[in-house]
Write a protein that binds this ligand. Structure first.
Ligand SMILES: Cc1cc2nc3c(=O)[nH]c(=O)nc-3n(C[C@H](O)[C@H](O)[C@H](O)COP(=O)(O)OP(=O)(O)OC[C@H]3O[C@@H](n4cnc5c(N)ncnc54)[C@H](O)[C@@H]3O)c2cc1C
Length: 457
């Protein structure tokens, strides 16, 4: 009897899953395995919002496998040791898993390969599970990755994607491989109140709704803060309950400018992954240093706290930061303008902001979070590293009626229309009626400090 182990990591689905497909095609029985990796816990990456979404995903995956005659085996500990143990218990010949881009994932893969080889077990690592185009599949002449998105996107668009696989009909799991009980959302505390539900079923439903009634308007409405007209598929892409290859195929089939703009965003996701795969240190170190000497922790402490709490006195910044806390998710335009505010207007190290985002974001992702923060801080791949987003101009452009601010900053709900973006313009008793802080920094002062720091005054 030939047996393989399929190690699920950030690919918690049954549809379009190349490792599972290869295992089912090549062996008679399969052990679907998820390891709660001690290394991830130790890195501080396992935070309540993502653990809750993960618990939903694991329940869903287990239920989907049971419908097909199988089940999910869950273990916790050192991932390499646990995979080896399970492979030995099942007497497996091979292990299949998805490729991943981070330094942690690379180290893990190397250790796992060595350990399994010692046991006579083959490791198969499959690409295009977590990306549509694999990191390194396209590269400019003379370099191992693209540092600029536009030429990357051109080459990315020319790639022929593999066809998506359907979900398997049956999965036979060998007897006698024990599992821990599945983690449960109910056991977790400190979750964002408005946290989305995880799992492949929820993901596929959201995708179907999105393709039917959201994507067509995406190009026109993706920046409309109050309209909330983006797909919100990011946590499903992060945990792999949806396949990027399938998404690109289905969006292209839907067609039109909205779908094209959506596919372009999916390419941004692959872009950041190929940067991280080639430069793993960029998760923490400047990709392109600007020789910043960020404000000290002590000097910036009060500003950072105000930013985290959504009490900077700039309503659109505060609205976005409160959305993050409440939902564990933030609109992309909000992410851009709050990141610009912290890294440029307040001149605080981008790593401080990136850490706070990772503490809360349900889609918190090393490649997307760290490299988007670097992009906005001007230490990453932005070709205009010194651009500063003015929060008042951004607010008037992307929340013209002020509805987004009134939704998240209820203290200001009594202010009508765009006046909600500039409460400091109120005078006397009118101003005193609102329990809302004055701006913690004047924008022109923040801009001058930033320009000085970057040697551009
Ligand atoms: C400072 C900052 C931090 C960010 N942190 C994360 C993060 O931790 N995890 C994360 O998934 N995204 C992150 N993003 C990118 C982007 O904001 C989110 O992917 C997007 O807001 C998710 O909402 P959506 O699914 O509705 O996106 P849609 O607009 O519907 O886009 C579809 C998908 O494309 C991808 N995508 C969209 N924009 C980007 C982008 N700029 N870079 C890479 N991929 C993109 C996402 O997977 C997204 O789900 C960050 C952006 C900024 C500016």
């Amino acid at each position: 009897m030939s047996i393989s182990v399929v190690l699920f990591t950030c690919d918690l689905r049954l549809h379009d899953h190349p490792p599972l497909r290869a295992a089912l095609d090549g062996t008679e029985e399969v052990v679907p395995l998820f390891v709660r990796d001690r290394g991830v816990d130790a890195s501080g990456f396992a935070v309540p919002n993502r653990l809750a979404f993960l618990a939903d995903c694991l329940h869903d995956l287990d239920a989907g496998l049971r419908e097909r005659g199988g089940r999910l085996v869950v273990r916790s500990g050192d991932l390499v040791e646990e995979v080896c143990k399970v492979a030995a218990e099942a007497d497996a010949d091979e292990v299949h898993m998805a490729a991943d881009a981070s330094a942690h994932a690379h180290r893990r893969e190397r250790r796992l390969r060595r350990a399994l080889e010692g046991e006579g077990v083959r490791l198969h690592v499959h690409d295009t599970v977590s990306t549509a185009v694999a990191p390194g599949a396209v590269a400019p002449a003379g370099s191992d990755h693209f540092a600029v998105f536009t030429p990357y996107f051109r080459r990315w668009s020319e790639q022929r994607l593999r066809e998506p696989h359907g979900a398997p009909r049956a999965v036979r799991v060998p007897e006698g491989v024990g599992s821990e009980s599945l983690p449960s959302r109910a056991d977790l505390s400190g979750l964002s109140e408005g946290l989305a539900a995880g799992g492949e079923i929820a993901g596929r439903k959201s995708l179907a709704t999105w393709l039917r009634s959201g994507v067509a308007a995406y190009e026109d409405r993706h920046d409309d803060l109050a309209g909330d007209a983006t797909s919100r598929l990011s946590p499903h892409l992060h945990f792999g309950t949806l396949s990027p290859v399938e998404l690109v195929h289905r969006a292209r089939r839907a067609g039109g400018p909205g779908a094209e703009a959506f596919v372009r965003q999916l390419a941004w996701r692959d872009f950041h992954r190929q940067v991280l795969a080639a430069r793993p240190a960029a998760a923490d170190a400047d990709y392109r240093t600007q020789h910043d000497r960020w404000r000290s922790e002590k000097a910036a402490r009060a500003d950072v706290e105000a930013w985290k709490e959504g009490r900077t006195g700039y309503p659109v910044v505060d609205a976005a930061m409160r959305q993050l806390r409440h939902e564990g998710w933030m609109h992309n335009r909000g992410r851009l303008l709050t990141a610009s505010f912290l890294a440029k207007t307040l001149y605080v190290d981008w790593r401080v902001g990136a850490r706070h985002f990772l503490d809360l974001l349900v889609d918190g992702d090393v490649a997307n979070n760290q490299l988007n923060w670097q992009w906005m801080a001007g230490t990453g791949t932005d070709t205009r590293p010194n651009r500063v987003l003015n929060p008042v101009i951004q607010a008037k452009r992307y929340d013209p009626d002020g509805a987004y601010v009134r939704r998240w900053v209820p203290e200001l709900a009594g202010l009508e229309g765009p006046s909600v973006h500039e409460p400091w313009k109120l005078r006397g008793l009118d101003r005193a009626a609102f329990d809302y802080p004055d701006p913690i920094v004047e924008l022109y002062e923040g801009l001058a400090r930033f320009k000085r720091a970057r040697g551009r005054d």
